[in-house]
Design a protein around this ligand. Sequence first.
Ligand code: GAP
Length: 545
Amino acid sequence: MKNNENKLSMDTLASLCKRRGFIFQSSEIYGGINGFWDYGPLGCELKRNVRETWWKNIVQNRENVVGLDASIIMHPKVWEASGHVGGFQDPMQTCQICKKHLRADQVWEGIKESAWFGSLVRAIEGVPDTNEVTFTGPSLLRWAIRDGKKLAPGLALVRNPQVTLSWLAEKANTTDTVNISCIDLIRHVATEQLAQTGLQTPCPHCGGPLTEPRQFNLMFETYVGAIKSEDHKTYLRPETAQGIFAQFGNVLATSRQKIPFGIAQIGKAFRNEINPRNYTFRSREFEQMELEFFVKPGTDQQWHEYWVEERMKWYQSIGLPAESLQKYVYKKEELAHYASACVDIMYNFPFGMQELEGIAARGDFDLSRHQQFSGKSMEYFNQETNEKFVPHVVEPSAGVDRIVLALLCNAYKEEWLGKDNQVLPAEPGKQPPEGFEARTVMRFHPKIAPVKVAVFPLLKNKPELVEKARGVFDTLQKWYPSFWDVAGAIGRRYRRQDEIGTPFCVTIDFDTLTNNTVTIRERDSMKQERIEISKLADKIHETLA
Ligand code: GAP
């Protein structure tokens, strides 16, 4: 179901994903584990298709990019050289009442999304994003002893209304109406007394006081071997990129590549995120597809522009519409000190425009650091020009899980379907009109759809139909992930395939037995066509380009 703004709710999507076997909560039988997800039978096909189209586009279809599959656990020095041991940190705050941990830079975002903030703003008839909210002491008190008690028991105004209100009044020099910004109001009602440190920012979950921010390293630590000591400590990789930099010399020596050339890798990465959120969007275990493209110093900008455009084209080729994508170009002051450019490719998720991939021109930072820490040369020697240099790198770095989530959000459609296949957009919360039925359809691009074709014998109790259909299924299955379904009316079988995004359904009927033709039905147009069995594979193949 989509909400009033016709935005897909993530709960609706998560429920379909669970019901049809795309995504499950990890360790669900034990209550789940926050920030970890499992991909079910359809989800892992979808994910494989994303990986495979990327690999084909980035590695197999280019002469100057080669692949690598590095280990997840590497020498701890790798992470010292890369800067992750010292610098891969987020500021964290902990609520002193509910004990939840929060990323300090996301606290206000959390407050604005919280039930108690909405309720408080409604109670005082404020407008959240204006700088002036008008309220009275009694209206705040009324809210505190009713809704506030349930929604934000940790808020100072709720725990100790008199103290909070009296110092608010003292500040405003009145007991009646006060005009301040909404943010200031929230910080006032979170503060019991004017502490030396000034106004408090409340916990988005319960309204309680937060600790001062402290730095939290996002790398998961582990120990190699039987002894758990500092000497044996290392980390699960927080990005795949460093495996590529560490093997730069070996790949260069064995692949006969010349600058410019790239090394690509797909694999798991792990980050102990403080706040995993938005379904699979920010997880603690996820997969990256990274390319390190090594270039001659001075050509960074031209290659950076090239890769941004290549990557934008790829997203559209897997079915994400141009209008759902955006480029965010980093301003100079937002760039890391060693980077000369960075562009994020963003997708318009139901929860906002968010990053799918970052494409950064990182100079020679990574190779130079590994050269310095390992003592091994990372220089490239150009025999034609007799030049020696540490190559610069352009890095397109994408998250598989985020791309899968974007594809799921983009594909999900609810429609009302009339008898003659007339389609109306479904209206949230309403039943379809007389003569219409609801259909949920995942409009995946055929290239990434987990199942390409479903095969149905018209009737399951006619052995000659079943046998003929089985022959068609066995042939198609050799080429494409296919689905066999004999249960229920054909219309219901179509609905089941629509819901998992199968682009084609093939029905074998009595005519098939005499003329070797079948009905092929297309998911989006719902058009049906009669074609020869021998032409089926080609027909499906045409759509996968
Ligand atoms: N080597 C560069 C690098 O790792 P990043 O922006 O931190 O850059 C690249 O990560 C991509 O990895 C992101 O654009 C995103 O798609 C994905 N990613 C990062 N953290 C993630 C998380 N916690 N959950 C899911 N995907 C994540």
